[in-house]
Design a protein around this ligand. Structure first.
Ligand code: OSB
Ligand code: MG
Length: 369
């Protein structure tokens, strides 16, 4: 496939409700939409670097720089026979995995469309629907949290995740378990605790949590291994897993017993698949995390989550849980049974709503030979 044109769009989309985590409150989400034109086909990808370096060191600005000055020049004008070839061409660039993943996603869409198959099929997906969950930000009171959860359960969501941070933790866990003794329920600390808080996590061990996500340092494996050995509840790593190498280390150290795969965080679907396959051989379940993506990134996550070792519901929610209007058609919806359909049309399997995309684009740049 001859790469003829690449376009970057910095988008900014207002969230339907503010999202509060240990990292702060987000009111809108900034990402980069990447489109690649090759031989009459346009492929779409989303780079999930955010406006701030609070979840990851990457931001929209650093990702734009890396895409514009290194990744795009490495592949523009090339006649690519595979995605691995593209990865090879920009392999000198260290890190910046979100920037790479945005471009790689657009290439996956191009190649899948050129073969006339869905992204799910091209990645190796094995299901027509995936189980989905919802990630709920820190709420002002237990009552408000319970009300939100009731609403999401009524919509069908199969699993509830709540954000926790020091001072906003065990009281919410207790309240949720009292009200909903049976639901699949997990917490995400986004690296806001230290090993000295171990007694809190031992208390949480009594509430039948599916997992505790990234309690300690955002780049840590070692302290998590000390914590995991003293807990029954599985630890799930998110922030500290950037690659297959990190995954191997985490599993061998027993730092976690579940892995959250976000294609953006690990550099794309290719690395996601390697992590998925490795975890399968180690009997470590994985699930697909989210970065409040638009429908473009969501389509990729849904396709990825159709792989067989995605054993737990993902942070993959309906478009309307995030945004008043999505930039794809049809929007993503949750079925009454808490599943989401995996698109079957070629590539990402959804159309781009160009009018909406133009509305949310704050700057764009085209790269041509
Ligand atoms: O830690 O999983 C996280 C959103 C932005 C950054 C980090 C995280 C999240 C979420 C939301 O939890 C997941 C989603 O529904 O997209
Ligand atoms: Mg997380």
């Amino acid at each position: 496939m001859k790469i003829e044109k690449i376009e970057l769009r910095h988008i900014k989309m207002e969230l339907v409700s503010p999202f509060t985590t240990s990292m702060g409150t987000e009111y809108d989400e900034e990402h980069i939409i990447v489109s690649v034109d090759a031989e009459g086909i346009t492929g779409w990808g989303e780079c999930v670097a955010e406006g701030t370096p609070f979840y990851s060191y990457e931001t929209v600005t650093t990702a734009w720089h890396i895409l514009q000055d290194f990744l795009i020049p490495a592949i523009l004008g090339k006649d690519l026979t595979s995605i691995d070839q593209a990865i090879q061409l920009y392999s000198k660039v260290r890190g910046h995995r979100m920037a790479k993943a945005g471009l790689e996603a657009a290439l996956w869409d191009v190649f899948a469309k050129s073969k006339n198959i869905s992204l799910s099929k091209m990645i190796g997906g094995a299901r027509e629907t995936i189980d989905v969950g919802v990630s709920i930000g820190i709420q002002p009171t237990e009552e408000e949290l319970i009300k939100k959860i009731e609403g999401y359960l009524a919509e069908g969501y199969k699993r509830i995740k709540i954000k926790i941070a020091p001072g906003n933790d065990i009281q919410f866990v207790k309240a949720v378990r009292k009200e909903f003794p049976e639901i699949l329920f997990q917490v995400d600390a986004n690296s806001s605790y230290e090993l000295k808080h171990i007694d809190l996590f031992k208390q949480m061990d009594d509430y039948n949590l599916l997992l505790i996500e990234q309690p300690l340092g955002y780049d840590d494996n070692y302290q998590h291994s000390k914590l995991q050995k003293q807990l029954k509840t599985p630890i799930c790593l998110d922030e500290s897993i950037h690659s297959l190498d990190d995954t191997r280390a985490a599993i061998e150290l027993d730092s976690c017993r579940v892995i959250n795969i976000k294609p953006g965080r690990v550099g794309g679907f290719t690395e996601s698949k390697l992590i998925h396959d490795y975890c399968e051989t180690k009997n470590i379940p994985v699930w697909c995390g989210g970065m409040l993506e638009s429908g473009i990134g969501r389509a990729g996550n849904v396709a990825l989550a159709s792989l067989p070792n995605f054993k737990l519901p993902g942070d993959i929610s309906a478009s309307k849980r995030y945004y008043k209007a999505d930039i794809v058609e049809p929007e993503f919806v949750v079925n009454k049974d808490g599943t989401m359909n995996v698109p079957t049309k070629p590539g990402i399997g959804v159309e781009i709503n160009m009018k909406m995309l133009d509305i949310v684009t704050v700057r764009n740049k085209e790269f041509k030979l």
